[in-house]
Design a protein around this ligand. Structure first.
Ligand SMILES: Nc1nc2c(ncn2[C@@H]2O[C@H](COP(=O)(O)OP(=O)(O)OP(=O)(O)O)[C@@H](O)[C@H]2O)c(=O)[nH]1
Ligand SMILES: [Mg+2]
Length: 683
């Protein structure tokens, strides 16, 4: 025992603050910054005046929508805290931060409803191999016992939740905490350092019991400690601290601290734990497999386009140094010249001349650099250190500027936004000539639209994207089309007989001819096909026509008056008349959907599916996700547009889905009328 930890790590640290939505992460950052003297006082979230949540979007929705970076000093050492949004819709902000931070502070609370959300973030920490401590927040209003709460939370964690502190109560009120490693009591004082006290006599028995259980967990990784516990020998205090450090850094345990971010209780103890036990960039380098050849390596955590139009890439310097003006290289060798180097404090930037391994800084004007990329000083570039799993979009808006003159500006602004937020996908839908922006939830898209309007001053209209309906026919018909005009000089003549018949679903369009004896010359057969294809762009119901075969079986021509145009016209005439006799019918896209949900909400989800004209194909345990199910179903695309909103509200915000096109199906009745009416209005 002892010395496994190899002492305190003194380098600059980067600490991610993560956890379920509204657990108090931004409040904790504020408390930390006040406690370290970086801001004069802690402002409540509701004041709209905190270091985090500065954007108007976030304020309006009372939630964080992006990661906030703030570098502060604690007892002479630099720590950058990154307050990450809790909502799953903004998980894309958190992942690149987790990739390159040293430690995560998981802010949790005694709330059963938020357990699935906690489970999601814990899994992410496992994926990225990030060591963590858990800060059990809102302790002043927690009625449940801390140990009962941990029993509730333990299944979310792949490592033992090791209770490091227990609360001290006076009646129903929590008045302080007892640190089980230091064996000291701390009497809480609001927004001030706690008062150190002896452990009160009536708390001693609880303390001994809780301490023993902490030591037992530590003994799982320390044989000497195990022996001492068995022989009832009091282990040396330093050895216990060493174990706490080592086990935390190795990711073997998740120490649990308690407190109240709002009242700034327990914040100093958290900072001290970070100071003593957190790994620094050296461990993070090892975790990420950064080559140890002295080259500079920077992992990009976020991209910001500032109000003044400057682009900032926030990066963790994993090794080497970066000076303003330095040249860095992307994987593949493209150059990126640093123009401006800054320390970040929320929205504020302080200019730096240079920064070194461990620092988290903003690098100016790296045009081609994207969030999540790895930069290096080596000319050949470095293979990306982290592979981010692409996230499936689950919600989309179609956007267009209110004024036509903003068309070009909007395209550019959407482009910039998708650079800041790589999880947005933007596509131009030809059918409806819409710009469709897809992302990870309604709030995500609303924030995007607000940014377009706010930051970029472009008033836009947003609405659900059009569903790509199609139409087809149910009956066959033979139809003649004659186009004949005799208006002075050159006349126009084309005459065709078309056999129109339906094809099986998914067959598309087929054109053929059975012309014999040259009654329609070859070049005009081509014209007929062109005319037919042109007509099929918008059939009698107003949608592109599919699954149809057209055969040119007869016709006639005129040696002078016939022309390409005349035969196209004749074909269109035949189609126009023929099609309406073929019982046209609307087709809607049906998607195959996999819905991922905590098992206790599965019944609710299987109830939602049929209400959206969906058909359950089955549900099974989600592979590799204990406590989760995957529900498979088919559902019309029209019903999926806002499905995520209902799924999320049925699962305290954590459900997700993946949809892929499956087939087209006939749509009749009122829903078909609605679709046609909406299409008529849009056209
Ligand atoms: N009672 C109590 N309330 C708290 C505490 N910390 C935060 N809150 C409240 O919890 C709410 C959410 O706080 P935030 O700090 O915005 O939470 P967050 O985790 O940053 O939220 P998101 O970023 O949106 O996920 C606010 O109303 C806070 O005032 C606490 O220690 N005790
Ligand atoms: Mg927040």
């Amino acid at each position: 025992m002892g010395n496994r930890a190899g002492g305190r790590r003194t380098g600059p640290k980067c600490i991610a603050i993560v956890g379920p939505f509204a657990s108090g992460k931004s409040t904790l950052l504020e408390a930390i910054l006040a406690r370290t003297g970086a801001i004069p006082r802690q402002n409540p979230i509701e004041s709209g005046n905190t270091v985090s949540d500065y954007s108007s979007e976030a304020r309006a929705h009372a939630m964080s929508v992006e990661a906030t970076f703030a570098t502060t000093e604690f007892m002479g050492e630099s720590i950058t805290f990154v307050d990450c949004p809790g909502s799953i819709e903004f998980a894309f902000e958190t992942e690149p931060v987790l990739a390159a931070c040293d430690l995560a502070v998981v802010v949790a609370e005694a709330d059963e409803k938020k357990i699935p959300a906690l489970q999601l973030i814990m899994r992410k920490l496992d994926d990225f191999g990030v060591p963590r401590v858990l800060f059990l927040n809102k302790i002043e209003k927690t009625e449940a016992g801390v140990r009962d709460t941990l029993k509730l939370l333990q299944p979310t964690s792949s490592t033992p939740l090791l209770l490091r502190q227990i609360p001290m109560r006076k009646g129903d009120v929590i008045v302080g905490s007892i640190d089980l490693a230091l064996e000291r009591a701390y009497i809480y004082r609001e927004h001030a350092e706690s008062e150190i006290a002896e452990i009160p006599g009536d708390e001693k028995a609880r303390e001994i019991e809780a301490r023993f259980s902490m030591l037992e967990t530590l003994a799982d990784h320390d044989d000497q400690l195990m022996e001492q516990l068995l022989e009832e020998i009091e282990p040396p205090r330093d050895a216990v601290f060493d174990d706490l450090s080592a086990d935390l850094r190795q990711g073997a345990i998740t120490p649990v601290l308690i407190g109240s971010a709002e009242k700034s209780n327990g914040v100093l103890r958290l900072l001290k734990t970070i100071r003593h036990d957190a790994p620094d960039v050296e461990a993070t380098r090892t975790r990420l497999g950064v080559p140890s050849n002295g080259q500079t390596v920077v992992q990009v955590m976020k991209t910001i386009h500032t109000a003044h139009g400057g682009k900032l890439s926030v990066g963790r310097i994993l090794s080497g140094t970066v000076a303003d003006g330095a040249e860095l290289f992307l994987p593949g060798g493209a150059t990126a010249k640093v123009s401006g180097l800054y320390r970040l404090f929320g929205r504020d930037q302080t200019k730096l001349a240079s920064a070194a391994a461990g620092d988290t800084v903003a690098l100016g004007k790296l045009d081609d650099v994207r969030t999540g990329q790895t930069l290096t000083s080596a000319k050949a570039g470095l293979a990306p250190l982290v592979a981010f799993e692409p996230l499936q979009p689950v919600f989309a808006f179609s956007v267009r500027p209110k004024e036509r003159k903003d068309d070009v500006r909007m395209s550019a602004a959407v482009q910039r936004l998708s650079e800041e937020d790589p999880s947005l996908s933007v596509r131009h839908q030809q059918d409806s000539s819409e710009t469709v922006v897809s992302g990870h939830g309604e709030m995500h898209l609303r924030v995007t639209v607000e940014r377009l309007e706010g930051k970029n001053q472009i008033p836009v209209e947003s609405r659900p994207p059009a569903v790509p309906y199609r139409e087809t026919i149910r009956k066959s018909v033979q139809q003649r089309g004659r186009h004949k005009k005799q208006s002075g000089g050159h006349g126009q003549f084309g005459d065709v007989v078309l056999d129109i018949k339906p094809l099986p679903r998914g067959a598309g369009f087929e054109f053929s001819d059975t012309i014999t004896g040259g009654v329609v010359p070859k070049t005009y057969i081509q014209s007929v096909e062109t005319g037919v294809r042109d007509f099929l762009k918008s059939g009698p119901l107003g949608f592109p026509v599919v699954d149809i075969a057209v055969n040119l079986s007869d016709g006639s021509y005129h040696s002078v008056d016939s022309s390409d145009m005349a035969f196209q016209m004749a074909a269109k005439l035949a189609m126009k008349e023929g099609m309406s006799a073929c019982s046209p019918v609307l087709l809607e896209p049906i998607m195959k959907v996999e819905i991922f949900t905590p098992s206790d909400a599965t019944a609710r989800i299987t109830g939602i599916v049929p209400q959206r004209r969906g058909q359950i194909l089955g549900y099974n345990p989600r592979p590799g996700w204990p406590g989760w199910d995957v529900v498979e179903a088919t559902m019309p695309q029209a019903e999926i547009g806002n499905l995520i909103i209902e799924l999320r509200s049925a699962t305290a915000g954590v459900a997700n889905y993946r949809a892929t096109f499956d087939h087209m199906a006939e749509l009749t009745g009122r829903l078909a009328d609605d679709a046609m009416n909406a299409n008529g209005k849009a056209a």
